[in-house]
Design a protein around this ligand. Sequence first.
Ligand code: CMP
Length: 140
Amino acid sequence: MTERTFSMIKPNATKKNVTGGINALLEQGGLKIVAQKRMQLTREQAEKFYEVHKERPFYDELCEFMCSGPIVAQVLEGENAVMRNREIMGDTNPEKADAGTIRKEFGDSIGENSIHGSDSAENAAKEIAFFFSEMEILPA
Ligand code: CMP
């Protein structure tokens, strides 16, 4: 089933100038980048995006980090894109991620793990709508 997922390259990765390396792994993994924009999140936007984690001890640190530099918001399309993207990203903790995954290759820590990806089709639709209008997304 062809579907879409939301992806966000995090500030530690834009700072290291490795967005091209990350995109190469997404493409080699079979996903197409059908929309992409580099932007700076405000603290308010970061807090709203990660609202589900509001009660977690790392929420403040996470929001602070996510607006510490540019991010790249993306829409990825492909066969089972949500699950496929999670495989390509690897474990949330870069130390536990398999070799060749984005977080293993480009992650620095569990918080600064280079990339976010939606965890379900339902959240993907919400996260895409948070960042993109329909007009900004071309079919693959
Ligand atoms: P992400 O996919 O962006 O979704 C929530 C993020 O919270 C997750 O990736 C991690 O980067 C971050 N996170 C999870 N656990 C911790 C933690 N223990 N400390 C700091 N950040 C964390």
